[in-house]
Design a protein around this ligand. Structure first.
Ligand code: NAI
Ligand code: MG
Length: 376
């Protein structure tokens, strides 16, 4: 964040509505319901900002499949340079049935994650009172876990190729890439997070079947674990781990996983919590050399887009993660508490949670809860 100018400091000293922090946010609503949940996140951020003296200035970018269809690219060639100087990136969702999904993903999100070294994909999962999950044994208050997904290497590599196209011998090869630096830093992040939460770490592996990269993953995670003797940890095979996540989700706290395993686990965990529309995520560059990217887990949901009924909880909780990353933990907690309060009150909820409310109605209820009785 740029330092405040003397004029601004003076203004701040004199005016009652002074703000103590100011951020420039790159807003990328994207496609489908991304366009509907981004304004919700923004309204709640602004409400939290008013209470805590934080001002957000937004620059909106039209990067999307719609742009791809009219201009031939998801974002301009110098897109990353245009957002490099922002304090954070807030994204809705991208994807459209008329554009291949690998084109939209590799044309926008993957370049941002890699170029900006957002090597942690953080996906918290909670069951809220008033929004029960589909599992009998997953109670509100008991299920509270975080998937820490490696976000820049692993199975999602560009190394490989195809040959003998169209022949009976046609062959495709894709190489997974695991580096000591990459595994160490994601493991360190997971152990530090577990230490802060007072919980333990489960490391997802498959070292019985994948004989080179997964024993290496286990070895490096084990080495890093030694630096955090206060944090308990165990390693579990991904197949058994999936089963346990359904049978007994309350036993997990921090789950650390490779790019592919983490992707699958976090959707599974989101389903355990009730609706994918509620799941948030942060793509973090923990060193803050580059901006981090905040986005709900869900996609553009073309099946419900344009009707104003998307659940905005994923996007609003994502905004809370952004507040926390910007060092406003108290404001972040107020936002998640407001979501919990509206769900607990039970009157306002979107159709995916069995209600009849619109995105705008749910958002207004959260804004009211954040603002409090004496709010603006
Ligand atoms: P999706 O998450 O868009 O939708 C899956 C199902 O969940 C749909 O039935 C949808 O209506 C429902 N749903 C999702 N979010 C919801 C919300 N906030 N409120 C209520 N219901 C919600 O996943 P899908 O259908 O696999 O993908 C659709 C498009 O989105 C594809 O083009 C895909 O590539 C893209 N996508 C983009 C992502 C991103 O931008 N990060 C992530 C996942 C998918
Ligand atoms: Mg996914």
């Amino acid at each position: 964040m740029a330092a405040e100018s003397p004029a601004r400091a003076e203004l701040g000293a004199r005016s009652a509505g002074a703000f103590r922090a100011r951020y420039r946010i790159a807003l990328i609503p994207g496609d489908g319901i991304g366009q509907e949940v981004c304004p919700a996140a923004r309204a709640v951020l602004d409400a939290a900002g008013r209470r805590h003296g934080i001002r957000f200035d937004y620059d909106e970018f039209d990067w999307s499949c719609a742009r791809y269809l009219s201009e031939g690219a998801m974002m301009p060639a110098d897109g990353l340079d245009r957002v490099r100087g922002h304090d954070a990136l807030l994204l809705g969702a991208v994807g459209d049935p008329s554009v291949a999904d690998h084109v939209s993903l590799w044309g926008l999100l993957i370049p941002i994650r890699r170029q900006f070294q957002q090597y942690v994909n953080l996906r918290p999962i909670k069951i809220f009172e008033g929004a029960p999950g589909p599992l009998r044994n997953a109670a509100a208050g008991e299920v509270d876990l975080v998937v820490v997904r490696e976000n820049t290497e692993g199975e999602y590599s560009e190394i490989g190729g195809r040959f003998g196209r169209g022949t009976a011998a046609e062959t495709a090869v894709q190489e997974a890439v695991f580096t000591r630096a990459g595994v160490s830093r994601i493991a360190d992040f997971a152990f530090r997070l577990a230490a802060r939460r007072g919980g333990g770490v489960t490391s997802a592996t498959k070292s019985n079947g994948i004989v080179h990269t997964m024993p290496f993953w286990d070895e490096v995670v084990g080495e890093r674990a030694a630096a955090y003797p206060e944090v308990s940890w165990r390693s579990e095979h991904i197949d058994a781990l999936c089963a346990k996540l359904v049978l007994d989700p309350a036993r997990f706290d921090v789950i650390v996983a490779s790019n592919l395993f983490g992707d699958i686990l976090s959707d599974l965990a989101a389903a355990v919590a009730g609706s994918i529309g509620m799941a948030p995520s942060a793509n973090l560059n923990p060193e803050r050399e580059f901006p981090s990217l905040f986005e709900p887990v869900h996609g553009s949901a073309p099946d419900i887009a344009g009707r104003g009924v998307a659940n905005p909880i994923g996007a609003i909780w994502t905004a809370a993660m952004m507040l926390e990353h910007l060092d406003h933990a108290e404001a972040a907690t107020e936002v998640t508490d407001a979501i919990a309060q509206v769900l607990r009150d039970g009157e306002v909820r979107t159709p995916d949670l069995g209600g009849k409310s619109t995105t705008a109605e749910f958002t207004a209820a959260v804004v009211d809860a954040v603002s409090g009785p004496t709010g603006p």
